[in-house]
Structures are given as structure tokens and as C-alpha cells.
Ligand binder design. Structure first.
Ligand SMILES: Cc1cc2nc3c(=O)[nH]c(=O)nc-3n(C[C@H](O)[C@H](O)[C@H](O)COP(=O)(O)OP(=O)(O)OC[C@H]3O[C@@H](n4cnc5c(N)ncnc54)[C@H](O)[C@@H]3O)c2cc1C
Length: 240
């Protein structure tokens, strides 16, 4: 059954990198807006006369904290109608019509195997929420790897936050990988990174969570299947 439409109010926004922006949305009517890490909301944006051409979904980028606000992380696409509207028309106090929380891209519990969170670009959003949820709720877990692929250091989303998280949390490992810039870290694509980590790991058991654009997800699913991983250990959310 479809959830009812609700109104969200833009509380604040802030550029995170040259082309990505964090938006904080408050839902005025409930005392708390509850959801599970990994879920998304769908906006009905005034960008087309046909309702089905107006819908754009965005993963919630933080774990629920008992308040009635949530954070989104959105990339501006050169010819994207929805992201253009969100970047150019939205102001503090703007109202957004949305439906949610939606989706079943959730942490499978109990967490009994090491997890590889694999993403590109804003696909990191649901993983930030899941990592926060594991920490906040003190969920038992094994090793946690975040493999984040992007082009340059300037595109490393939430870099300082993940670096700090890695320092504070021994079971969390942050693996940023860049495809277009030489640097002291890993160079290439996400696939080489998880393949290498798995090859080096004594424990081959693992769960994989994939999020981002279709090409990356298709390639990862093919590679993981070739490595012998079962479909039930591979969870994914495709952005488009
Ligand atoms: C469940 C779900 C969660 C999502 N969560 C997020 C999120 O947290 N943050 C976020 O930024 N987006 C997210 N998206 C994508 C988002 O819904 C829109 O598709 C995106 O903002 C582009 O919309 P647009 O109107 O700007 O572009 P459109 O006008 O719809 O698209 C322009 C064209 O570009 C293609 N395209 C869109 N994005 C890219 C890209 N990055 N790289 C290459 N080609 C692309 C589209 O397929 C289309 O052909 C999510 C999508 C889904 C289904």
C-alpha cells in the first residue's frame, strides 16, 4: 500500500563538494520521523505536468535519532531536471511534498559476517545511515568495510567524518578509491579494492551491500557471483 503524501520543510542545506549538497528536511506534523537506515523518500517535484515524471527518490543519509528531521545527500546532474530544481529553486523554509520512508535496502540482522559496503558517489548515503545505526544501537557486528569510489579527492563525500570514524572504531575500515587523480591512497575502481580485501582476508564469509548507479552494481554482482558468493549475501539499491 502506498504511503500518504507528507510535507517536509527544508531546514538547512550546505554544499559538501562542488556538485553535492546536504539537505536537512523537517517533517512538521509528527514528533519524530521514524525510519530504518537504508530507507529512502520520494519527492513529487513541480518539474513536469505528468505526475509519474515528477518523482525522484533519495536515500536518507543519517540514522533516525528520535527527532523529526532527516538528512539527504544529492548530486547535481548537468541535465537533471529534479536535481536542478533542488539546487536552484529550493531555499530554507521551502516545502517539499514527499512520500516515505520507503524501501527494503536494510541491514540484515543479526550481523554475523564481515560486511563490505560498496558504493560510488551519493550511493554512500544509505551506508552512512547504516554505520551510524550500528554504532548508535551498539549492534553486534564483525569487520565493516566501506569502499567508496569517486573521481578526485575533492569528491570524497564525508571524508573527514569517515576518517575520524575509522580512528575511533577499530572494526570500521574506510577504503576511498579514486579513478581520476594520483594520490597517496588507492587508485582505480571499487572492484579492485574489494577483490583485494577478500583475497587477503582469512575469513572469506561476507555480506555485500552495493549502492549507486546501475553499471557499478551490475559489475559488482557479476564479480561477486564469480567469486562464489550467494545471492542472499548480496544486497543492492540501484539509483538509475
Ligand atoms: C531508491 C533510490 C535512492 C536514490 N538516492 C539518491 C541519493 O541519495 N542521492 C542522489 O543524488 N540520487 C539518488 N537517487 C537518484 C535520484 O532519484 C535521481 O535519479 C537523480 O537525482 C537524478 O534525477 P534528475 O531529475 O536530476 O535527473 P533526470 O532528469 O531524471 O536524469 C538525467 C539522466 O541522467 C541519468 N543519470 C542520473 N544520475 C546520473 C549519474 N549520477 N550518473 C550518470 N547518469 C545519471 C539518468 O538515468 C537520466 O538518463 C536515488 C534513486 C533511487 C531509485
Amino acid at each position: 500500500m502506498l504511503l500518504p503524501w507528507r510535507t517536509g520543510i527544508v531546514e538547512k542545506f550546505e554544499n559538501l563538494t562542488a556538485h553535492t549538497r546536504r539537505f536537512w528536511i523537517r517533517v512538521p506534523e509528527p514528533e519524530s520521523f521514524d525510519y530504518k537506515a537504508g530507507q529512502f523518500v520520494t519527492f513529487d517535484l513541480p518539474i513536469h505536468e505528468r505526475p509519474n515524471k515528477r518523482l525522484r527518490s533519495y536515500s536518507i543519509a543519517n540514522a533516525a535519532d528520535g527527532s523529526n528531521s532527516f538528512e539527504l545527500l544529492i548530486v547535481q546532474l548537468p541535465d537533471g531536471a529534479g536535481s536542478k530544481y533542488l539546487f536552484e529553486e529550493i531555499q530554507i523554509g521551502s516545502e517539499l511534498k514527499f512520500r516515505g520512508p520507503q524501501g527494503v535496502f536494510l541491514l540484515h540482522q543479526p550481523i554475523i559476517k564481515p560486511i563490505y559496503f560498496i558504493c560510488t558517489g551519493t550511493g554512500v548515503a544509505p551506508f552512512r545511515a547504516m554505520l551510524q545505526e550500528i554504532r548508535q544501537k551498539g549492534l553486534e557486528h564483525q569487520e565493516l568495510h566501506l569502499i567508496f569510489g569517486t573521481r578526485t579527492q575533492g569528491d570524497l563525500l564525508y571524508r573527514a567524518e569517515f576518517e575520524k570514524m575509522q580512528q575511533e572504531w577499530p572494526s570500521f575500515h574506510y577504503h576511498p578509491v579514486l579513478s581520476r587523480e594520483e594520490w597517496s591512497g588507492k587508485k582505480g575502481y571499487v572492484h579492485e579494492v574489494y577483490e583485494e580485501l577478500i583475497a587477503q582476508s582469512e575469513n572469506k564469509e561476507a555480506s555485500f551491500y552495493l549502492c549507486g548507479w546501475k553499471n557499478m552494481i551490475d559489475e559488482a554482482r557479476t564479480k561477486l557471483a564469480a567469486l562464489g558468493y550467494d545471492k542472499k549475501d548480496i544486497h543492492f539499491e540501484i539509483y538509475g
